[in-house]
Ligand binder design. Structure first.
Ligand SMILES: [Zn+2]
Length: 383
């Protein structure tokens, strides 16, 4: 996986990898010195349409065109940090504006990672992302699309698909609370409703990803057969067993939790965030021991785009060996994003998504925060 010698690229694909690669006539040789070559990084949980600052207010105060311009800059920042593929987990009220971003990137008009996008996330009336706490007379719009039953879920998914979505993101739990050290979270959709969503997604070869922090929502999601359970603070025994059996990925998103704990508005809020993170860290160790498959997603957006390699550092800090974290990112990430056999490896036939870092990430995972060379689809964006 690392230090393959040389990589021969033609067009957007890798042609050959190894120590005996012959240089075709006219080939341009890039000597990256003793840096370590790696496949481009994958972030399975991002928000191009969010930036640091009050999340609820930015979606109310900023227009969709304004947010779309910001999203193009976010995409560039993520790419320059070495992330060549990402899953955008909801535009938070910007609807299908991410379709335009994905397509502009694919057409080579703007720099950015290859993207899987969902448009808006989906939510119940009065649910986790339903602009709660405003004057009702102001009719503040939710950050997600409403669906209140299985039929509405299917209808919303068909509309989003028409508008360009690659998968569906569903808010399955929230709000979260901790009382006397015990975590609890409200579920939003029943198992049968999630099953209807999974079936509809499968009909068109797509997947369902859920924001789900704990039981019983996480169990409903695992039984329904979603592709990933994002955040996954607390998973019950049966949920973990099903996730292992069905290869449903947990995406822990530690980087956002750490950022919120360190940037909370009040001491009380900081203590709450810290408590949630501590609880998640303990549960994460159980999840690893139970063999729950992991993917790497940072939830970047509420914290600055381009800084999310911090997620690798935290996953190692909280108990996963560096090699396992890299495999979770590259191997599992490629599967989760539906590019299995195309990204996440330096192999003949794969997209030429190649980065270089100083030092050995297996010795110090932190070097992933210092990506000095970025190639995506055979195009060099940074060297
Ligand atoms: Zn998110």
């Amino acid at each position: 996986m690392v230090k393959p010698g040389e990589v021969l690229v033609q067009g957007e694909r890798i042609v050959e990898v190894g120590t005996s690669v012959k240089h075709p006539a006219g080939a341009e040789v890039l000597d990256l010195g003793d840096r370590t070559l790696l496949p481009g990084l994958i972030d399975a949980h991002i928000h191009l349409f969010l930036h640091p600052g009050a999340e609820d207010l930015q979606t109310v105060q900023e227009s969709v065109p304004q947010r779309t311009i910001m999203a193009t800059l976010a995409a560039r920042d993520d790419l320059m940090a070495g992330f060549t593929a990402e899953r955008d987990m909801g535009t938070e009220g910007a609807g299908s504006a991410d379709t335009a971003i994905r397509n502009a990137i694919d057409e080579g008009r703007i720099p950015g990672p290859r993207l899987r996008i969902s448009g808006n996330a989906v939510n119940i009336l009065g649910g986790h992302e339903d602009a709660i706490g405003y004057n009702p007379e102001q009719h503040v719009l939710p950050n997600a699309d409403y669906a209140n039953n299985a039929d509405e879920l299917v209808a919303v998914m068909r509309r989003q698909s028409k508008e360009g979505a690659d998968f569906v993101k569903i808010y399955e739990t929230g709000a979260d609370s901790v009382r006397d050290g015990k975590f609890s979270t409200v579920f939003q959709y029943t198992e049968a409703q999630l099953e209807a969503a999974v079936k509809e997604a499968a009909r068109v070869g797509r997947h369902v990803a859920v924001h789900a922090t704990g039981e019983p929502g996480t169990l409903f999601a695992a039984r329904a057969g979603v592709a990933s359970i994002d955040h996954a603070y607390q998973l019950g025994e049966e949920t973990m067993r099903l996730m292992k059996e069905k290869q449903i990925f947990a995406v822990p998103t530690f980087a956002i939790s750490e950022y919120f704990a360190e940037h909370a508005a009040t001491a009380e809020q900081a203590a709450h965030e810290r408590q949630m993170l501590d609880l998640h860290v303990q549960e994460f160790r159980n999840q690893i021991a139970a063999g729950v498959p992991m993917a790497v997603g940072s939830d970047v957006g509420p914290f600055p785009h381009g800084t999310q390699a911090r997620e690798f550092v935290l996953m190692v800090k909280y108990g996963m060996p560096p090699l396992a974290v890299l495999q979770a990112d590259l191997v599992n990430g490629a599967k989760l994003l539906g590019w299995d056999g195309q990204i996440g490896g330096l192999e003949a036939g794969y997209f030429a998504d190649v980065i270089a870092v100083p030092g050995d990430p297996l010795q110090d995972i932190g070097v992933l925060q210092n990506v000095g060379f970025v190639m995506k689809g055979g195009v060099v964006y940074k060297k």
